[in-house]
Structures are given as C-alpha cells and as structure tokens.
Design a protein around this ligand. Structure first.
Ligand code: SF4
Length: 452
C-alpha cells in the first residue's frame, strides 16, 4: 500500500482493545486468527494491559474493538492519537458499540464501522474490499482464536475462591441475544438474534487457554442459555475434557427459571457462579426495561440456586429515572433478606442507567421515560438525564463516592454504610441487617468486577 493511499489492501493489521472486563480479549483473538490465516501480518494490542508503543500502530489498517461503553470511551483518545501518528493507515471500529456511534467515529477519521459479526467484514476491509453492511449478521465459519500475541493470562483478572486464586481464560460460545430488553446495548445491533460459535471452536479455544495456564473459564456470552442445548453440550464436554477446570456464565433470570432442570448440571460441571442481570426488584421498573422477569421470579431463582449449591451473582441498575429513595432502600433490604450481600459487587449498587445512542429507551416518550434527556454528550457517549427528585441524584453520587472510597473495605461493611446513608435520605432509622457477613471469598468472584 502506498503511503497516503487508504484504498488498497493492507499488509500489516493492528487490532486494538482498550477494555474487556479484565479478560484476555476474544474480540482480538478471533479476528487475528482470520487475518493470519489469510496471510496478513497481525499485531494485537491490549491497552488494558499494555502501554501504548507507537511502533505497534505502524500498520496499513488499525482496527479497534468496541464491545462496551467503557471500551468505547477509552478508545476515543487512542483513535485520535493513532490518526495523528499514522495518517496513511485506514482506521476501522468493530463490535457492539460501533454502529450506534458511527457518526462520532467517522468524525474521528474512522473509515469503516462494522457491527457484531465482524470477522469476515474485517477481512474484507483488510483486503481493500467493501465490507457487508454493519447491520448484516452473517453466519460465520469461525476459526479457533489466535491468542499468541496477547499478554499472558496471569496478567488478567483472576478467580478468587476460599482456597486461593485461579488463572482465568475467557471465551464466547455465542454472540448476540434473542431478547429485546429496552436498555440493552446488544439489541440495537443484534435485534433479537444470536449466533452460536461451533463447539469445536469453543473447546479448541478453551484448550489453548488451559494449556496456557487457565484453571477457570469465563464465558462472555450475553446469555449463555440463549441456545440451551448448545450451552449444555459445551459444559458437559468442558467437564469431560478438562477435569478440574471451573467456569462462570451469565444467564438471565427468565432462563434460569425456565431451564431450572439444567441448574444442577451447571453445578456438577464446575460452574463457580452464575451472573444474572436482576437490574431491579421493582416490577414496574422491570416492565419498563422489558426484562421478562418479576421480583418473584428473581426470588425464586435465588432460592433454587441456593437449594442446589449454585452461587448466583446478581447485577443491578439501581438508579433509573423511576427509582425513589424508598425504592432504593427496598432494593438493599431485599438483597439483605435474600442473603445476597456477599454475592453483589458493591459497584452494582451505585450504577446509573446509561442511555446510549441506539438505545430502545430513546423510543419512550418523556412521560414514560420519567425524565427529559439532554443532548447527546460526545465525551461520555450518553444522553444525560437528571432524576425528577434531586435527592435521588444526590443519593447516587453519595453511594458512588462511598463505594469508590471503600475498595479495601468488605462488601458487608460497605453494605452497612449504604444502608445507613439510604435510611438517612429516606428519613427512617437504619434497618437491622438480617444476613450475616461471611468471609470475602465465600462466593467466588473475579477480581475485576463487572462493569459496562
Ligand atoms: S437478556 Fe441480557 S443480553 Fe439479552 S437483551 Fe436482555 S439484557 Fe441484553
């Protein structure tokens, strides 16, 4: 490719990740395999674990993986830097947060914005051919990811258990989701569809990570039970082929209840915990979010998992335009009553609903949304909103500050502080806890908490 000519095929391709929840990025390793198989010289850069080395960006094509909001925000200054550093390189962004932010990305000098099933389209871009539209979700012939260029697994988040620490690998058995939750960033790109990754590819990826030292595999599927037969078969084969290797998955409340007959199988095949996006314990809020479950469903799932010894790790979006201080106190008291204090990462109790470009929430009228949105904030990549009751925004800020200061404090102590803070806000006495503190790792957890 001639310097300054951005139209021809590439020779050297650099794939960049800025953040993937502390996991070694599948979103670099998978396209790296496709590009290497086609003869490209591929460099992978994970800026969550590596420093910015200018030489790594001396490529004909630099492609940024944008799987989540934080990754996209972190990518923006890097894209600017690379644009200035290598003016002749073509820039590409791919992944869930590409299409909704297409206009902003083009404004940064990004030529190509690809969607969710990106490997073939990225190969087309590298070959100088027009890629399929970002809205296309082709059924791909996946290859086993190529992880050789990435930092070793020991440098990523690890699993903490009562017996010690385990090296964690990361893979995906499916992408997309067949559900249409209103606030979910998967929906604008996948629109209720999901794509299974062939079992042989998933197991080959697990094998390569086990050989590299992984003793636990974190499955990043938006919902592991979207294709329940596929999921069950994979964990059965994982247990057969990699005895002693454990795993975690994310499964929605509705699926945990519907596929209750498979919960014991998860436990028996080494599942250490199931992340579930409970989001709220207020049925009216759950309905606004089109979550497909109720508080009663969530409580049923908590009890069902506890009864068989399967750890549940719920996530929440406590601060929405619809929550009240009393509603937040109800959430804390429910978590306590369900003996879940040690199961919930404190940051989950501070999160505020993000309304991003493409969000289904943008289709709600202001009355249903309960707030008026400000203009799109290009720095934070959200439509800002304020709560109708300023007390709620103050409570959220105070809860965030408290949790931010308390990184070395136990979940139980932080929870007590949150209870006190919230009771003060509501104007009632601090409720007495009914659950008891347990040792920090009684519930296994990854030492980089889930964040969007
Ligand atoms: S089930 Fe989860 S991944 Fe699927 S649309 Fe709802 S929030 Fe998104």
């Amino acid at each position: 490719m001639i310097a300054g000519d951005r139209s021809g095929p590439a020779t050297r391709v650099t794939l960049v990740s800025t953040y993937e929840l502390g996991r070694q990025p599948f979103g670099l390793a998978s396209p790296a395999a496709w590009l290497q198989a086609a003869g490209f010289e591929v460099t992978t850069v994970d800026l969550s674990r590596e420093v910015f080395v200018p030489e790594a960006f001396q490529a004909d094509l630099v492609a940024f993986h944008l799987p989540m909001h934080t990754a996209t925000r972190l990518a923006v200054p890097v894209i600017r830097r690379v644009r200035a550093l290598v003016p002749a390189a073509r820039l590409c962004c791919y992944g869930l947060y590409g299409p909704p932010n297409e206009g902003m990305l083009h404004g940064l000098g990004v030529e190509h914005v690809l969607g969710g099933e990106f490997e073939q389209a990225l190969l087309d871009v590298a070959r100088g051919r027009p890629p399929a539209a970002a809205s296309a979700l082709p059924r791909l012939n996946f290859l086993a990811p190529a992880r050789g260029g990435l930092p070793p697994l020991e440098r990523y988040a690890s699993l903490q258990t009562q017996t010690g620490r385990r090296v964690v690998g990361y893979t995906e058995a499916s992408r997309g989701c067949k559900h249409l939750c209103r606030h979910c960033p998967v929906v604008p790109v996948y629109g209720g569809r999901f794509r299974a990754i062939p079992q042989e590819v998933v197991l080959a990826d697990i094998r390569s990570q086990v050989e590299a030292g992984a003793r636990h595999i974190s499955f990043g599927d938006p919902d592991f039970f979207n294709g329940v037969g596929h999921a069950v078969s994979i964990v059965q084969r994982l247990a057969e082929q990699f005895p002693g290797v454990t795993y975690d998955v994310t499964i929605k409340v509705e699926h945990l209840r519907r596929y209750r007959d498979h919960l014991a199988l998860l436990r028996d095949t080494g599942c250490q915990f199931v992340v579930t996006a409970a989001e709220s314990v207020d049925d009216a809020v759950l309905e606004k979010l089109v979550k497909g479950h109720t508080q009663a469903d969530f409580e049923w799932v908590v009890e069902a998992c506890r009864a068989i010894g399967l750890a549940l790790t719920p996530t929440f979006i406590p601060f929405t335009p619809w929550v009240t201080p009393s509603g937040y106190l109800h959430l804390l008291r429910t978590i306590d009553a369900l003996q879940l204090v040690d199961h919930v990462a404190p940051i989950q109790l501070t999160l505020r609903l993000l309304i991003q470009e493409g969000s289904g929430l943008l289709r709600l009228d202001p009355q249903s949304l309960g707030t008026t949105l400000g203009p799109f904030d290009e720095r934070r990549l959200v439509y800002p909103w304020v709560h109708g009751d300023p007390q709620v925004d103050r409570l959220q800020a105070a809860a965030s500050a408290l949790v931010g200061r308390g990184l070395a404090v136990s979940r139980s102590d932080l929870f007590d502080d949150l209870l006190g803070l919230t009771a003060d806000c509501v104007g009632v006495a601090t409720p007495t806890r009914v659950s008891h503190a347990r040792p920090r790792a009684a519930v296994p957890y990854l030492n980089e908490p889930w964040y969007c």
